[in-house]
Design a protein around this ligand. Structure first.
Ligand code: ADP
Length: 363
């Protein structure tokens, strides 16, 4: 059977464990040797105890856990060819020529670069005596299947990324809790949620919590937002509402591209409306806790599909990413999706917000 390794990289998200579990079990089921690589690319570069064979029971009792049991990390070494050279040697030693990478667009980009370089890395390892001629002949190519783990839902090509739904559950629970206390004291709450380039969490949270106002990066606030905001808040109070909820994404901006902060919003509300106003920054709570049923199934389906994809690849295959399209798990060319995701970020940086939304498409 083939040698497959699975690792999680970049920011963690709920549902990664379900994906790891599915990769291990589908791999074993199909007769592969499956390995964990711990601590993302750092573990791949450092090798030794970081690359261990997985068995059926090593993924028992993890589907309900948040985060990733095999650890995740950011790794500077892997950005350098020297680091990737070490990583290649560690993989060859274990007979691993298939990788399932679970991470964000950075992690997927790194994986594709590694795949492209594989031949030249192995040539260098052979010429320096780090691997032998048999190994060089046997391990001709590296195959990659990517899964997107990200709470932000910021990846082009997939309707949902693994972790987004659970993060929304955390946010909604928090807003519901805040609403009850805000009601009692007739307060206004400003809730800051994650999302530097992508307002998905803020937007869906606002829609599902009856928020009065939302600030997201894709739809920059007009310059006169303080006036509009105050009018809207007053309108709600005037019809008898006892509280106001304002949701702001981390990356919220105005039409000039200037950041809008929770503190600024608070000052506007306090100075103009004299409302008792509080800020809650949800922070890492959003990443934590148990994955939702949706993320467990999403991770499971994507993990299984990734292994199936690797079974069907050959030396000439491009790297693929497993995406959710409607209710189907589909395989898409990894680099095309990464390029589109980067183009969205660039359009945002260039203040071309409509273009960014169009590029992101239905997902
Ligand atoms: P995410 O995967 O969540 O987008 P990062 O962008 O921090 O997170 O990437 C995670 C890791 O992936 C980095 O620490 C690095 O090891 C690797 N990586 C990212 N981009 C590249 C790249 N262009 N070349 C090589 N490795 C990369």
């Amino acid at each position: 059977g083939k040698g497959i390794a699975v690792f999680t990289s970049g920011g963690d998200s709920q549902g990664m464990n379900a994906a790891v579990r599915a990769v291990v079990r589908m791999g074993i089921y199909l007769g592969c040797k499956v390995y964990f690589i711990k601590e993302g690319y750092q573990g791949m570069v450092d090798g030794e105890d970081n690359i261990v064979e997985a068995n059926w029971s090593s993924v028992s009792c993890i589907i309900h856990k948040g985060g990733t049991i095999i650890g995740s990390a950011r790794c500077q070494d892997f950005r350098e060819r020297q680091g990737r050279l070490k990583a290649a040697r560690n993989l060859v030693e274990k007979g691993i020529t298939n990788l399932v990478v679970i991470g964000g667009d950075g992690s997927l980009t790194g994986a594709d670069l590694f795949r492209q370089e594989w031949s030249s890395l192995l040539d260098e390892l052979l010429s320096t005596g780090k691997i032998n001629a048999d190994q060089r002949k046997k391990y001709t190519s590296l195959q990659i299947a990517g899964l997107v783990g990200s709470i932000d839902n910021d990846f082009c090509g997939t309707d949902m990324t693994i972790g987004t739904d659970s993060a929304l559950h955390r946010i909604i629970e928090a807003i519901d809790a805040i609403v009850s206390t805000a009601y009692s004291h007739q307060r206004t709450f400003i809730m800051e949620v994650m999302g530097r380039h992508c307002g998905y969490l803020a937007l869906v949270a606002a829609l599902t919590s009856e928020a009065d106002y939302v600030f997201i990066p894709e739809d920059p606030a007009e310059i006169e937002w303080p006036k509009k905001l105050c009018e809207k808040l007053m309108q709600e109070r005037n019809v008898g509402q006892r509280l106001n909820i304002i949701i702001i994404a981390e990356g919220a901006i105005d039409r000039n591209g200037q950041p809008i902060t929770a503190e600024q919003i608070k000052k506007v509300v306090v100075d103009n409306l004299h409302q008792d106003t509080r800020i809650t920054v949800l922070g890492h709570v959003q990443r934590g806790g148990n994955p939702s049923a949706f993320d467990r199934i999403l991770g499971s389906r994507m993990g299984a599909e990734a292994v199936m994809a690797l079974m069907e690849t050959d030396d000439n295959s491009e790297a693929c990413v497993i995406s959710l399209d409607g209710n189907q798990a589909v395989r898409l060319p990894l680099m095309e999706c990464v390029k589109r995701t980067k183009a969205v970020a660039q359009a945002m940086a260039d203040k071309q917000w409509e273009k960014a939304v169009e590029l992101r498409g239905k997902s």
